[in-house]
Design a protein around this ligand. Structure first.
Ligand code: CA
Length: 229
């Protein structure tokens, strides 16, 4: 079931979209503020965003710019009639489509379907070329971020480096020394134990997203390894 986030401050518009999208079999979530919408996307898997341009806190454009720093989720803008300039700006900053108010919610639903279908086709093509690491983790090396079950992990630079190193070497037990070297820290007894602390923090961040998953294992006396589920 594709998940659609609606960020719109006018409840009548939001409700009409929610109604049609739910009837079409989408899972929906609605926020009235851009900042709340961004927060939601960081914490939940979302397949598509429908965002109003005129929002009470920051504009939809500004929100889209911020969104593109951490996510490539497809986005459709909703805006007032006749703002042709907005159309160009919106597409330039990374929106996938643009709908002018007043609109028919059914038309919006149809566009949502087209974009998602296009996305699925593109993803299928790219995944045959380059398989992502695995299903639970998704490493975006360009942006230096890691997704866990589709949710963005909030990691420090060191935690990112550690986790990336581990998940690229599934089922390989890595010693603390190896991990220290991998993240460019001096091999020193004081730092040795700090690896344990970082692993502990990473594990707790993973648990916040998925309580059952415990992919980073300890091999007593040796070190740590990543066990894909
Ligand atoms: Ca508005």
């Amino acid at each position: 079931m594709p998940r659609v986030l609606i960020v719109e401050d006018e409840s009548s518009i939001a409700e009409s979209l929610l109604f049609v999208l739910q009837a079409e079999g989408f899972a929906t979530h609605w926020e009235t503020l851009a900042t709340k919408g961004l927060e939601y996307i960081q914490q939940h898997p979302v397949d598509l965003v429908i965002m109003d341009v005129g929002l009470p806190d920051i504009t939809g454009f500004e929100a889209c710019k911020q969104l593109r720093r951490f996510s490539e989720v497809p986005l459709i803008f909703l805006t007032a009639r006749g703002e042709e300039l907005d159309r160009v700006v919106g597409l330039e900053i990374g929106a996938d489509d643009y709908v002018v108010k007043p609109f028919s919610p059914r038309e919006v639903a149809a566009r949502v379907k087209v974009i998602l279908k296009r996305r699925i086709t593109t993803n299928a093509e790219s995944s045959t070329q380059q398989k992502s690491v695995n299903q639970e983790f998704d490493v975006d090396e360009q942006r230096k971020v890691i997704y866990f079950f589709g949710a963005l992990l909030s990691l420090t630079k060191l935690e990112y480096q550690l986790l990336e190193y581990l998940i690229k070497r599934p089922d390989h037990v890595l010693s603390r020394e190896q991990l220290l070297q991998a993240v460019g820290i001096a091999n020193d007894a004081n730092y040795d134990r700090s690896i344990d602390t970082h692993i502990k923090t990473i594990r707790s961040k993973l648990r916040q997203i998925n309580e059952e998953a415990d992919p980073i294992k300890t091999q007593r006396g040796f070190g740590y390894f990543y066990q894909p589920s």
